[in-house]
Design a protein around this ligand. Sequence first.
Ligand SMILES: [Ca+2]
Length: 394
Amino acid sequence: MKTKRKQNRLNGKLLVAAALCLAAVGSLYAISTSRPKAAANTVEASTACDTKNPSAHNHAAHISNPISEGDSLGVIEAPVIDTVSAPVPAPEGMVWIPGGEFSMGSEASEMRDARPFHRVRIDGFWMDQTEVTNEEFARFVKATGYVTVAERTPNARDLPGAPPENLVAGSVVFTPPNKKVPLDNHFAWWGYVPGANWRHPNGPQSNLEGKEKHPVVHIAFEDAAAYAQWAGKRLPTEAEFEFAARGALDRKRFPWGDEFKPGGKFQANSFQGHFPDTNTGDDGFLGSAPVGSFAANGFGLFDMAGNVWEWTADWYRADYYKTLAATDQVARNPQGPADSFDPSEPGVAKRVHKGGSFLCTDEYCARYMPGGRGKGEANTGTNHLGFRCVRSAK
Ligand SMILES: [Ca+2]
């Protein structure tokens, strides 16, 4: 931990939320976030996507011609779903994910860190049917007195040179501009809001009234891990999350199939309109939705795509899939790499996020497809990042 802090100091980068998107391909929307160190004086450049870019509307092209510069798609074969019956009794609110073997990864051309596809075998496990809700998190806080990272005043020792007035507890909130903005500057829609935390998701004036069943947000990795431990659970590995999200389907684009809106019906809480300024809320929600507002996938899991991003236990490395694929072995219950490295922000230790959020902008957004990957600095929560837990069979 000390090393990481030192790296952050040396780095000197005081990062605000980084919305990462590739406008060039237009088919990706991801948010990679770092808790804004309150004294920000330099920022990480990022790009953003306009999903209405015509080039986005050709998913088939991703599949037929996705590879360049020596990338390999890897092994893409049908999954094997184990038929061993679920242990009994089922823990409350959890469903049995039977385990099996699948090809993990994404064919989306822009998602280089999610390739090559590689075979992974997962043991069966229990998974929360939904994201952890505000009322569930409140029970944890009531029982333990836990204080989340976003509620703690940043420590001056960790932020040398920061003026005292900037050492204020808070978190990163999506605040849409009221006009079209260039998509290369995420500060137009992400901001550090003092007083924002899980109790006040949009800032000090907001509260949880009527949001009891919404996913808890502004959760840092250690907050999620603390909750999981209290609940006698753990966070899913990235591989477990992806296997579960695929819902026993055979290589489908989404947790429910290949079609984004079968029968004209939304299957996930996503963003409609013009990002980031005009959110039409066609799916019924402008922000987060009560968990389970959309249909469950084949395993009985809700919101495995959309609503809020979810923490996984794994460190993020851009080259992790390559490392696994190079062994030519089936990876058994992979736990992620031993450390983190994101070439776009060296020195910032990140964990993997999965599932995308209500800010994923349309059906061509690869990040909320099962094979999509997100990433975030471990101390950074936002108002579109939450989590759910799993439990091993034994
Ligand atoms: Ca989700």
